[in-house]
Design a protein around this ligand. Structure first.
Ligand code: IPT
Length: 955
């Protein structure tokens, strides 16, 4: 005999029962709303029905229960008493046995007792709205069951007017961590159960607005907008700014300013029905696929985007409005113009912000079945008709909820769900319901259901081929524009190669830009570890720090990757011809002219600004360029290195940044850099216990430098080729032949031995010959250190000659030494932040200051970081070091080996030596943690090299 348990709904593939049809999400101006956010009673059990449902009954005493905050995830509350987060990328953390989920299924019973406010109207109805619950909930009000639902990041409403009482209403919600819905929610992120978005009781007056659809198009040929608001309840639509007053369902055409991400003009309006007034924020724009291009208001757009997961290091995906606003402000301030809401519809307030501040949005459905790839996509729910109602429910809930946002230009079917009939059904439904927007999905390279050919992590050469229309593909695909919905994997140090992608996007019309993966590191704030990542909660299956791959750190501090991206996607291009004193300015925007910007020139000698002024630049239209003459270069007696810097600043305060915020800049030389040189006039003097040369003293047996002037050198400079491999050096597991982090270790570059060949005190130089090589290998680097001096300064020339068959590039090539004391650092070169060969666009040449600690970039998993590029000279620890040629400078209070061994920042503790690396070369960074490695031009090949440093004391 078998019988069904009351918890069968958990494994039922259907979306649920009892909820009202999906509709637009809005805040009424006059209908009452009661937030049920706050502290709820909470009881956790290990299985779906360990406890019966009597807690839903009125009079149940939950006095002994714990409490949780709603919105919130229970695993992030209760100091571990309520379980822990689990991180997997695409692997299901339970057996793939659809639609079944484990018997061990953490189940959180939530209870909230509430009174209606005194002014709550007695008439009309009411709905209870849940904006997000992971992953499945069943609910009761005052003992009556309302239904159950799945679809974690979608709104669900229930009619409750008939059940409400003035006081003592008991709302009971049973939430299961795992359900059939979990199979559709296999996004690369933490699994975090709970009621993580708002819970609201909405009064629904008689004659209130139910659902409505704002259609606001723009005709760029006439400059007119056409507005029609379709509404379930008849009423009137007024837009005072446009003198519009029409009935719902009626069209009106008037002259308007269009909405674009660059010029987000919104008109305030009101939809008034018999029972309610709803504020409208209307943006007129027309999205179309035309001539094989994505056009808005008749113009092709270039997406400079990012993938945004919702994340807060303490609250998980329960974001407050200020955090959402911070994301939008940071994006605008870093020149981004687009967001893909990977991989689910965000909290609706985020879309309001995108409308208001101006960002193009790909709104993505809450759908990913990535884990089925482990079984060659067998039994994939998106190709199984039994699941189609759930897929359609998700598509519908997204479109209906978000359809009134002008910022949304694409609906995305989901992410990494393979291919199948269910996706086609979703696309057909969406196209039918909203023909005024385009449909995106990456997983089907034949583009059966989509309006754009979208890929992720395509390498530069393939992207170029696509740009040239040489990629072949189905007939349908060949007619479509191309975007990279994910590229530039921002894991750890990187991503490299962004500028090279941008060049392609700007060169080929078919390429309409891309979206960096991803916005924020999902590090979980942790008392001992700083920020936790996969595995730190003892998960049996996890994907480590693959969850920390954002352009901002978990606390939203911009990483160097974001600074680089900001520079790469500048809306204005500034390039100069320093010799002729001419600067060429190009407006790279799609819609706005340059009238919002003010330009400023400055002239630097040795990095110090000696003169500056404003530069008159015409208000160029999008795509236009102009050449502007710079003033006569200032007369200055000093013979230093001269350069121009031209900046584009906000001319006035905007809603997203104040006046003078730097939007774009360019730098160009006005003369060559004088290289440090002096005659080798001093002669090494050898004694039994020392060799002296100018200000320096050396060990006579080893030739090792001991001191310069009064400054003791704790560890003498010697060749160093090792860096603590970055996530991109290590590469992703599916990439085999170019994972240099691994190949370097196999070769032994992290354990190089130095064999002393000779120490020769000659007429004008001390020459130390060595061979540097790893155990067990025949390859090596013949390395000669040649020291010369003019009595005051000390010059080190390093000559490196590789021997043997070098099949890998070098991580770095330079010298490393240790100083007993150093704190403040000043340098003339690239800054203020770190840069590597293919991440150096944003490195601005100037005079910079920092502390040794301030030079470190706090990647959540420690790795190579903090190099400053193009350094002419640096001063620290009483030494001044000049480069011939310019060099990469790094200093830290731990060794590379300690940096490499650390798993979290908290593993790094300062020792008593400051380790300094002066590098002639660094290998590129690339994006191989999920994408291409460095392009060939950024390889640091093992080749003969020679480079010099000039040391003197600053004391
Ligand atoms: C791609 C996913 O779409 C995204 O969610 C994330 O996991 C990203 O990779 C890596 O961080 S899928 C990958 C197989 C290319």
């Amino acid at each position: 005999m078998s019988f069904r348990t009351t918890a069968d709904y958990v494994e039922d593939v259907s979306p649920g029962s009892g909820a009202l049809p999906a509709r637009a999400w809005y805040a009424s101006s006059d209908a009452k709303a009661l937030s049920l956010n706050g502290s709820w009673r909470f009881r956790l059990s290990a299985t779906v029905d360990a406890e019966d449902d009597s807690f839903a009954e009125e009079g149940y005493d939950a006095g002994g229960w714990a409490e949780v905050t709603v919105p919130g995830h229970w695993v992030l509350q209760g100091d571990g008493a309520f379980g822990s987060p689990i991180y997997t990328n695409h692997l299901y953390p339970f057996p793939v046995d659809p639609p079944h989920v484990p018997t061990e299924n953490p189940t959180g019973d939530h209870l909230r007792v509430f009174d209606l406010p005194a002014d709550w109207p007695a008439d009309g109805g009411a709905v209870l709205r849940f904006d997000g619950v992971e992953s499945c909930a069943r609910l009761w009000l005052n003992g009556t069951e309302l239904g159950e639902f799945k679809g974690s990041r979608l709104a669900h409403e229930f009619a409750v007017g008939h059940l409400l009482k003035p006081g003592g209403n008991v709302l009971a919600v049973r939430v299961h961590q795992w359900s059939a819905g979990s199979y559709l929610e296999d996004q690369d992120q933490w699994w975090l159960p709970g009621i993580f978005r708002d819970v609201t009781l909405l009064h629904r007056p008689a004659g209130s607005v139910g659902d409505f659809f704002v259609h606001a198009s723009y005709d760029h040929t006439t400059g007119e907008g056409t507005l029609r608001v379709d509404s379930d309840a008849e009423g009137r639509v007024t837009v005072p700014g446009l003198d519009i007053d029409v009935a719902t369902g009626e069209s009106v055409t008037v002259a308007v300013e269009p909405w674009t991400a660059e010029t987000p003009k919104l008109y305030d309006g009101v939809l008034a029905t018999e029972g309610e007034r709803v504020p409208l924020r209307i943006g007129f724009r027309t999205v179309a696929l035309e001539d094989g291009l994505i056009k808005v208001n008749g113009k092709a757009v270039l997406f400079k985007g990012v993938n945004r997961h919702e994340w807060h290091p303490e609250k998980g995906r329960a974001l407050d409005l200020e955090t959402m606003r911070e994301d939008v402000l940071l994006m605008k301030r870093h020149n981004l113009n687009a967001v893909r809401t990977s991989h689910y519809p965000p909290h609706p307030a985020f879309l309001d912000l995108c409308d208001e501040y101006g960002l193009w949005v790909i709104d993505e459905c809450d759908l990913e079945t990535h884990g089925f790839t482990e079984q060659d996509w067998r039994d994939n729910p998106v190709d199984d008709d039994r699941w189609t109602p759930a897929l359609l429910d998700r598509a519908e809930r997204m479109v209906e909820r978000d359809k009134n946002h002008p910022s949304v230009v694409f609906w995305s079917l989901g992410n990494e769900a393979g291919t199948g009939r269910g996706l086609t059904a979703m696309a057909e439904w969406i196209h039918g319901r909203d023909p005024e927007r385009l449909v995106h999905y990456e997983g089907d390279w034949n583009c059966r259901d989509t309006d754009v050919y979208s890929r992720m992590y395509a390498f530069h050469d393939e992207v170029e081929k696509i740009g040239q229309q040489l990629d072949g593909g189905t007939r349908g695909r060949r007619a479509l524009p191309f975007i990279q919905c994910e590229y530039g994997h921002a894991m750890g140090n990187g991503p490299g190669g962004l500028a090279d992608y941008q060049e392609l996007f700007e060169k080929y019309e078919r390429l309409q830009g891309g979206f960096i993966w991803e916005w924020i590191d999902h590090g979980v704030k942790h008392a001992e570890l700083g920020y936790a990542y996969g595995g730190d909660f003892g998960e049996e299956l996890h994907d480590g720090n693959f969850v920390c791959d954002g352009l901002v750190f978990p606390d939203r501090t911009p990483s160097p990757g974001l600074i680089e991206y900001k520079k790469v996607i500048e809306p204005v291009h500034i390039e100069g011809d320093g010799a002729n004193g001419i600067v060429r300015i190009t407006n790279k925007q799609d819609f706005a002219d340059l009238s919002a910007l003010a330009f400023e020139w400055s002239c630097q000698v040795d990095g110090e600004t000696v003169e500056s002024g404003s530069l008159a630049v015409p208000a160029l239209a999008p795509g236009e360029s102009a050449e502007v003459k710079l003033p006569e270069p200032p007369v200055d007696g000093r013979g230093g290195e001269r350069q121009w810097t031209v900046r584009a600043l906000l001319a006035d305060d905007t809603v997203w940044a104040p006046k003078d915020h730097v939007v774009a800049w360019g730098q160009f030389a006005a003369g060559a850099r004088p290289l440090p040189s002096f005659p080798a006039s001093d002669r090494p003097a050898a004694a039994t216990d020392r060799i002296t040369l100018g200000p320096a003293e050396f060990d006579p047996r080893t030739g090792a430098l001991r001191s310069i002037g009064g400054v003791a050198v704790g560890a003498a400079p010697r060749l160093d080729v090792w860096r603590a491999p970055t996530d991109n050096d290590d590469g992703a597991e599916w990439q085999t032949d170019t994972r240099y982090g691994m190949l370097w270790r196999t070769l032994g570059l992290h354990r190089m031995r130095h064999r002393l060949v000779s120490v020769e005190a000659g007429d004008d130089a001390l020459t130390v010959r060595t061979r540097v090589a790893p155990a067990a290998r025949e390859v090596g680097l013949d390395t000669v250190y040649r020291w010369t001096s003019d009595g005051e300064r000390l010059r080190l020339t390093v000559s490196v000659t590789p021997e043997g068959d070098w099949t890998v590039p070098l991580p770095r090539l330079g010298v490393r030494f240790g100083l007993p004391e150093a704190d403040r650092v000043e340098w003339f070169g690239g800054g203020p932040g770190e840069a590597y060969p293919d991440t150096s666009t944003a490195s601005m040449v100037g005079r910079w200051q920092s502390t040794v600690d301030g030079l470190q970039t706090p990647y959540v998993r420690p790795q190579e970081n903090g190099a400053r590029a193009d350094v002419r000279w640096v001063e620290l620890g009483g030494l001044r070091i000049e480069g011939d040629p310019e060099f990469w400078f790094t200093a830290r209070r731990w060794t590379t080996e300690q940096l490499e061994a650390a798993r979290h920042r908290t593993d790094l503790t300062a020792g008593d030596t400051v380790w300094v690396n002066l590098d002639h070369g660094q290998h590129g960074i690339g994006s191989q943690s999920c994408g291409p490695g460095p392009l060939p031009q950024y390889f640091l090949k093992a080749e003969p090299a020679e480079f010099s440093f000039v040391f003197s004391t600053t004391g």
